[in-house]
Write a protein that binds this ligand. Structure first.
Ligand SMILES: Cc1cc2nc3c(=O)[nH]c(=O)nc-3n(C[C@H](O)[C@H](O)[C@H](O)COP(=O)(O)OP(=O)(O)OC[C@H]3O[C@@H](n4cnc5c(N)ncnc54)[C@H](O)[C@@H]3O)c2cc1C
Length: 446
C-alpha cells in the first residue's frame, strides 16, 4: 500500500505542529504519510516574524509532548505582568503574572515572540522528521518561497498548482494552515464569501519592535489615548528591543482596511496612517513612531476573527487561524493552533493506516465536530471588550483606569467571572487532550 500524501500549506505554528504529530504517530515508518510543507515566505524570513504571543493550558501540554518545553521556556520574554499607565508613565493598575497555574492572568507564564516560536516549531519538526526517517518514514519536505494558485479536487485526489514553479501535483489531503488571510480558504470556499467569514473587530494594529531604552523593564506598559487608541510596550526575549502593539479602534476611516493590501501602499501606507493617528498622543509615542518608521519587522493586521460553518470541504481542511482565528485579543490563538494540530493528527491516524482509496470524510467530520465547542469557547470575548480596550474620551480612559485599579485589588472577581463564563484565556485550561498513542518526543536539549 502506497503511503498517503499530505500537503500542508503554511509553516507557522499549526503547520509545523501537525507535521510533527503525523511523524510521531503510532504507525510503522513505511506507512507514515509523505508530507510536504509549503511556505510562501522565503526560508527563515517573514514566516519567522511577529511579536509577543502566549502559550497557555493545553498549549503547555502539547509543547511538552513535542519535547519543546525546555527550549520554549528558555526563550520566553520573562514578562512580569501588565501595568496600566498614564501619559506621565504613572502606574494605575498592576496585574502580575500568575505562576502557580491557579488561573490565566493577562500575562501568561509562557510569553514568547511569535517569530522565535515559529522557528522552534519548524526546527523541531525537522528533528522529529529525522528520527522518523531512521525508522523508515519519508522525511518532511519543506518548500519555501512559493504558494498555490490552483486547488481542484475530484473526490479521490486534490490537484494543486504551485504558482511560482508552475508545477502541478496531486495529494490525498490538503491542509490550509496559512493563517488568518488564508488563500486556501479563499480558493476552496470562494473569495466572495470571505468578507462574511472574516469578522472585523474594527481594531487595526501595528506589531513591531524598537530599540530598548533603560526605562523599559520586564513589565508590559499599556497606555490609552482618547479617540480609541492604545499602545502596549513589552519586553523582548534578548533584552535588546522592546516590542509594540499599537492599535486604533475605528469603524469610519476606510483607509484602515484599504492599507491592509499591498496594492494600496502596503507597509509604507500602514506606518504613515498609524503615525497620523499617534503623532499627538503623548506618553512615549514620539519615540515609538520614530522606532516604527525605522523598524524592519513591522506587521499590520485588521484584528478579526474567522467564523465558518465547516472547516472541511472534500479533501481540504483548514487548521489554526486559517479556519478559526480567535484574534490576539483572545489570548488563545497559539494554544488553539497547538490543540487543533494535535487533534487533527490524531483523528487522521485511522485513515492513514487504511487502504489507498479510503475516504477521509469520517475523520474530517470528527475534526469538525470535536473542534466546534473548543473554538466557540476560544473565540468568546468579554462583553464590550473591544470598546473597553479603547475608550473614546478622557473620561472613558479615567473610568477604565479606575476599573483596572479596582480589579487589580480584587482580581478574584475577574478570575471567577472568566472561569464562570469560560472566557478568553481561561478556556485554555478546559481543552481536552485525548490520548492518540503518539510517541512522546525526547526533550530538545538546550
Ligand atoms: C508574520 C506573522 C506575524 C504575527 N505576529 C503576531 C503577533 O505579533 N501577535 C499575535 O498575537 N499574533 C501574531 N500572528 C498570528 C499568530 O501567529 C497566530 O494567531 C497563531 O500563532 C496561530 O498560528 P497559525 O499557524 O494558525 O497561523 P500563522 O502563525 O499566521 O501561520 C501561517 C503561516 O502560513 C504562511 N502563509 C500565509 N499565506 C500562505 C500561502 N498562501 N501559502 C503558503 N504559506 C502561507 C505564513 O507565512 C505563516 O508562516 C502573526 C502571524 C504571522 C504570519
Amino acid at each position: 500500500m502506497a503511503p498517503k500524501s499530505i500537503l500542508i500549506v503554511g509553516c507557522g505554528i499549526a503547520g509545523s505542529t501537525l507535521a510533527s504529530f503525523l511523524q510521531l504517530s503510532n504507525i510503522p515508518g513505511s506507512e507514515k504519510p509523505k508530507i510536504i510543507i509549503l511556505e510562501r515566505a522565503s526560508k527563515g524570513k517573514a514566516h519567522l516574524r511577529g511579536q509577543n504571543i502566549d502559550i497557555r493550558g493545553v498549549g503547555v501540554t502539547i509543547i511538552r509532548k513535542l519535547g519543546l518545553e525546555d527550549r520554549i521556556r528558555a526563550s520566553t520574554t520573562g514578562e512580569q505582568g501588565a501595568l496600566m499607565v498614564d501619559e506621565r508613565n504613572h502606574v494605575w493598575a498592576q496585574n502580575e503574572v500568575e505562576k502557580e497555574g491557579r488561573f490565566q492572568s493577562p500575562t501568561s507564564d509562557i510569553e514568547i515572540l511569535r517569530g522565535r516560536l515559529a522557528e522552534l516549531c519548524w526546527k523541531n519538526s525537522q528533528r522529529i522528521s529525522a528520527e522518523a526517517e531512521e525508522n523508515g518514514a519519508t522525511p518532511i519536505d519543506y518548500i519555501f518561497g512559493d504558494y498555490l494558485d490552483m486547488i481542484d479536487q475530484d473526490g479521490q485526489k486534490v490537484r494543486v498548482r504551485f504558482a511560482k514553479s508552475g508545477e502541478e501535483r496531486e495529494f490525498d489531503l490538503v491542509v490550509g494552515a496559512d493563517g488568518m488571510q488564508s488563500l486556501t480558504r479563499k480558493m476552496v470556499w470562494g473569495e466572495e464569501g470571505d468578507k462574511h467569514r472574516l469578522k472585523s473587530l474594527h481594531m487595526y494594529a501595528g506589531f513591531f519592535s524598537i530599540p530598548r531604552e533603560e526605562v523599559d523593564d520586564k513589565w508590559r506598559r499599556w497606555f490609552h489615548a482618547p479617540g480609541r487608541r492604545g499602545i502596549m510596550l513589552r519586553p523582548d526575549d534578548q533584552g535588546l528591543r522592546s516590542t509594540v502593539f499599537m492599535y486604533v479602534v475605528n469603524d469610519k476611516d476606510s483607509r484602515f482596511t484599504q492599507v491592509a493590501t499591498k496594492e494600496n501602499g502596503g507597509i509604507e501606507a500602514q506606518k504613515a496612517l498609524l503615525e497620523e493617528y499617534y503623532k499627538d498622543a503623548g506618553w512615549k509615542c514620539d519615540r515609538i513612531i520614530r522606532g516604527m518608521q525605522a523598524t524592519d519587522d513591522f506587521y499590520y493586521d485588521a484584528v478579526s476573527q474567522v467564523k465558518m460553518d465547516s472547516w472541511t470541504k472534500g479533501r481540504v481542511v483548514l487548521l489554526g487561524d486559517a479556519g478559526y482565528c480567535a484574534s490576539p485579543l483572545s489570548g488563545m490563538g497559539t494554544s488553539l493552533a497547538f490543540a487543533a494540530s494535535y487533534k487533527l493528527a490524531g483523528l487522521l491516524q485511522g485513515w492513514i493506516k487504511s487502504d489507498e482509496h479510503a475516504d477521509v470524510t469520517a475523520a474530517l467530520e470528527k475534526y469538525n465536530e470535536q473542534m466546534r465547542p473548543i473554538v466557540k469557547d476560544a473565540q468568546k470575548l468579554a462583553p464590550g471588550q473591544v470598546n473597553m480596550m479603547a475608550p473614546e474620551t478622557l473620561w472613558g480612559i479615567w473610568f477604565l483606569r479606575l476599573f483596572a485599579w479596582s480589579l487589580s485589588h480584587a482580581s478574584i472577581i475577574f478570575i471567577l467571572f472568566g472561569k464562570l463564563f469560560n472566557l478568553g484565556p481561561q478556556a485554555a485550561d478546559y481543552i481536552p487532550v485525548d490520548d492518540f498513542g503518539f510517541k512522546d518526543m525526547s526533550p530538545w536539549k538546550i
